[in-house]
Design a protein around this ligand. Structure first.
Ligand SMILES: *Cc1c(COP(=O)(O)O)cnc(C)c1O
Length: 377
């Protein structure tokens, strides 16, 4: 996409150095499929780094969300409560299940699902005689959601929670890693995330049965028999031993990558924060991996993000708009939505800045210089 040499990308993979050793070994030993020692090895690594009890390595974060809905028993026609302010990959698996999304607006502190709106939504759906089957919440751009309040509401109504922690691997909430506090959590190792397996994901849970079921469903739901016996519909969702090898190398440098992304955020904040440009502060008790640095342009500046995006493009710098909320997507036209349109405002005022952990200082300086120039023009 618009590739020209010297381009400053939004977020690129950043290898740690040991990936090759794991991949080389896999090639030498002919473990090049969805079996082999890197897979349990990587699952173990994910557990070690997140304190999750069980991890299932999968071929995408989207697959992990799909399986999370499956193992929590979501059925055709069920309603699933979902953050509206997110990437479409959060919500698509609800459609795969033949279930119906009910979108909930964000709060202004973390930009994630608002606990009060969540409770109002549940009450409104209960009044209609529809008990939501599950709550799918996201930690957007790495910022932990208000989990204590959200989980309290979920427990009060006895509704299981899936944490979409695709963007927040390494982020912490009250000392716990995001993804490990709901019934099920998911991570993504897509190429643009904080670490990558070239493409992949993981489902984590403290419930051994759920983990076992996810692993079973991810491998075509093959029953324990000497021939091919199937009683359930399964999927081909397992991570390959090659991808897991890349993951093993990547997870070694996860903490370093979090530090580096946070440094990128601080670099921008120190130079760009003003009455016209605001950054999302970290609430007390939260530690964000700052996967992407986001800014909001004050309307009094009289600039719209699309203009700025295009202007940056002429300097070969990739900036992107914030996620367009799900309830505004044609795909979800007519879907139930509860809230005050905060996410629409964020969409209309916000931008993501180049945030790769490998960005050299001169590139960061260039982004700041060009952006300042565009904002002040
Ligand atoms: C990237 C992402 C996903 C999906 O992960 P893939 O590995 O690309 O399938 C899901 N949710 C959010 C919020 C994401 O950013």
């Amino acid at each position: 996409m618009n590739y020209r040499p010297g381009r400053i990308f939004l977020s690129v993979p950043h290898l740690g150095g040991h990936e090759q050793n794991y991949v080389q070994k896999a090639l030498e030993d002919n473990w090049v499929t969805t079996a082999g020692p890197n897979i349990p090895g990587f699952e173990h690594d994910v557990c070690q780094h997140t304190n999750a009890r069980f991890a299932v390595a999968l071929n995408s974060g989207t697959a992990a969300i799909h399986l999370a809905l499956r193992v929590l028993g979501v059925k055709r026609g069920d309603e699933v409560i979902c953050s509206t302010f997110t990437f479409v990959a959060t919500a698509n698996p609800i459609l795969y299940m033949g279930a119906t999304p009910v979108f909930v607006e964000s709060e202004a502190t973390t930009w994630n699902m608002c606990p009060d709106t969540l409770e109002q939504t549940i009450q409104a759906r209960l009044k209609l005689g529809k008990k939501p089957a599950c709550i799918l919440l996201v930690h957007l751009y790495g910022m932990p959601a208000m989990l204590k309040e959200l989980l309290e509401v979920a427990h009060r109504y006895n509704i299981p929670v899936i944490e979409d922690a695709a963007e927040s691997l390494g982020s912490r909430y009250g000392g716990h890693q995001t993804g490990t506090l709901g019934e099920v959590g998911i991570f993504s190792f897509n190429g643009n995330k904080i670490i990558t397996t070239s493409g992949g994901g993981a489902l984590v849970t403290a419930d051994e049965k759920l983990a076992e079921q996810a692993r079973f469903l991810a491998t075509q739901a093959k029953e324990d028999a000497s021939f091919y016996e199937h009683t359930q519909m399964g999927y081909n969702y397992r991570m390959s031993n090659i991808a897991a090898g890349i993951g093993r190398g990547q997870i070694e440098v996860l903490e370093k990558r979090v530090k580096q992304r946070r440094e990128v955020f601080n670099f921008y904040r120190e130079r760009l924060e003003s009455e016209f440009v605001s950054f999302l502060p970290e609430p007390k008790g939260s530690y964000s991996n700052r996967w992407l640095t986001t800014i909001l342009l004050d309307p009094s500046l009289g600039k719209n993000p699309e203009e700025i995006r295009l202007a940056m493009e002429t300097h070969n710098i990739e900036v992107r708009r914030l996620w367009k909320p799900m309830h505004l997507q044609p795909l979800f036209k007519g879907a139930a939505y509860y809230g005050n349109s905060l996410s629409q405002q964020l969409f209309e005022q916000g931008l993501c800045l180049p945030s790769s952990s490998s960005l050299p200082e001169e590139d960061l300086e260039k982004v700041v210089r060009v952006l300042k120039g565009e904002l002040l023009q």
